[in-house]
Design a protein around this ligand. Structure first.
Ligand code: GUN
Ligand code: ZN
Length: 438
């Protein structure tokens, strides 16, 4: 049955049914690639995705098929760690983490006490995400609950699948950002108002151990115990100055991760940003609890934090995801994140294949966030969140692509050379939400 709700798009389709492995070619059964494919949408969902020749006999007579045969469609990109409130301080010069937080980040986040500012930045941020092809993200607000109300309202209007939370921070920050006991009560209210509403989910968000007291972290842990469907996002082991500070503040703790473990913050829905300075034992404990590390390569290069060790993660079975970490990250684009991940990998002797990169950015990130039954694939019954990529977007890209003979080569060229100009359209919830000018 077709209805006016149906949309048909003919294009090359690329999606991953599972992890393609580390080889030069994807493991059998992992890649779904239809060079001449058809994406059939019904309302907010994908009804079918497959070979045009197989699906076209089922199309209604005179169906209006959008012809994107010169374009490539992939699932919408997912960003597992990003601060919307830091959009306007991206590229603030020349500091490492703790100075950067004090000099640029905290003053900027103070501005989110103003609701009109939070609304304007929520919309500006979502415009930029969609321009970059990102359809889902796990997002930090500021410590003001209004920052999250503004953000979720903007997401709801666009029917986006998003996770977000209000930062919890009751010490070691400017007065205007400290929430005290109200932090947990405000989080509870936000959870009640937004968690599970449509496509929205709440992430409990203690900023990191140095800015929360033990009391606040324990209370955050209690929220998670009361409702296991909540997510948790924070930072872990990013920078050496931060490690020294945590050791000083928690002298009784075995290591940094143990601080979060003691508060009950480490579980299968927990994302810890960075995880650069971890030892084998911490990686193993994260793996055992099913938590994931958000690898934020452009941020790690920008703040000089260090080079994430993907191989050590794999050896211990610790899950990791790909993230921008705006505003320390320098690139909202998923392509840019993969390019930086490749460069970090090269400096560690761990080059990243395009298969691993694009699997990670889509299905891999969805799986680590427990969203793999909703998003991350072009397949029947998944939510219709996808990007239409124009491989001819720039003259340089077009020249390079002409020299490629395989899909692997083309994806790698996109990973290294593409940016938001290559995102021709971004669709979320079955609607085209961004179309490139021209
Ligand atoms: N650690 C604590 N807060 C932050 C933040 O806002 N950005 C980054 N990169 N690291 C942090
Ligand atoms: Zn961060």
């Amino acid at each position: 049955m077709t209805s006016p709700n149906d949309t048909f798009i003919r294009a090359e389709l690329v999606s991953f049914a599972r992890d393609p492995g580390d080889g030069d070619s994807p493991e059998p059964g992992s890649l779904a690639h239809y060079p001449d494919g058809l994406l059939w949408l019904k309302g907010q969902h994908i009804h079918a995705a497959g070979r045009y020749a197989d699906l076209s006999p089922s199309l209604p007579y005179g169906a209006d098929v959008v012809d994107y045969r010169d374009k490539l469609i992939m699932p919408g990109f997912i960003d597992t760690h990003v601060h919307y409130v830091q959009l306007d301080i991206m590229a603030s010069y020349g500091r490492q983490l703790l100075d950067w937080l004090n000099d640029y980040t905290f003053p900027e986040e103070c501005r989110f006490a103003n609701h009109a500012h939070a609304e304007a930045l929520s919309n500006a941020f979502l415009d930029e995400m969609l321009r970059a092809g990102t359809t889902t993200a796990q997002v930090f607000g500021s410590s003001h609950p209004g920052s999250v109300n503004a953000f979720f309202s903007a997401c709801q209007k666009r029917q986006l699948r998003m996770l977000a939370g209000k930062v919890l921070m009751d010490r070691n920050a400017p007065e205007g950002l400290l929430d005290g006991a109200a932090g947990i009560a405000d989080s509870e209210r936000l959870i009640e108002d937004w968690h599970g509403q449509g496509r929205l989910g709440y992430s409990v968000t203690p900023r990191f151990a140095p800015t929360s007291t033990q009391i606040q972290m324990d209370a955050a842990g209690a929220l998670l115990r009361n409702d296991p469907s909540l997510w948790l996002q924070t930072h872990l082991a990013e920078n050496s100055g931060e490690l020294d500070w945590v050791a000083e503040l928690f002298p009784g703790s075995q290591d940094y991760l143990a601080v979060y473990e003691a508060a009950g913050l480490v579980g299968p829905r927990s994302t810890f940003a960075h995880g650069i300075h971890l030892d084998h034992g911490m990686r193993k404990r994260l793996a055992e609890r099913g938590a994931n590390i958000a690898f934020c390569p452009s941020s790690n290069l920008f703040l000089g934090s260090g080079l994430f060790d993907r191989e050590a993660a794999k050896e211990t079975g610790m899950a990791f995801t790909y993230a921008s970490d705006i505003g320390a990250g320098t690139d909202l684009s998923g392509f840019g994140t993969l390019k930086s991940a490749y460069q970090v990998g090269q400096l560690r002797g761990q080059p990243l294949t395009a298969w691993q990169g694009f699997y990670g950015l889509t299905h891999g990130n969805a799986k680590a966030l427990s969203l793999e039954h909703h998003i991350g694939q072009l397949a029947s019954s998944y939510e219709a969140d996808f990007v239409v990529i124009d491989p001819q977007a720039t003259s340089l890209l077009s020249r390079r692509i002409q020299h490629c003979t395989t899909l692997g080569e083309r994806l790698f060229a996109l990973m290294m050379l593409a940016d938001d100009r290559a995102i021709y359209e971004t669709w979320a919830g079955g609607q085209c939400q961004h179309r490139r000018d021209g």
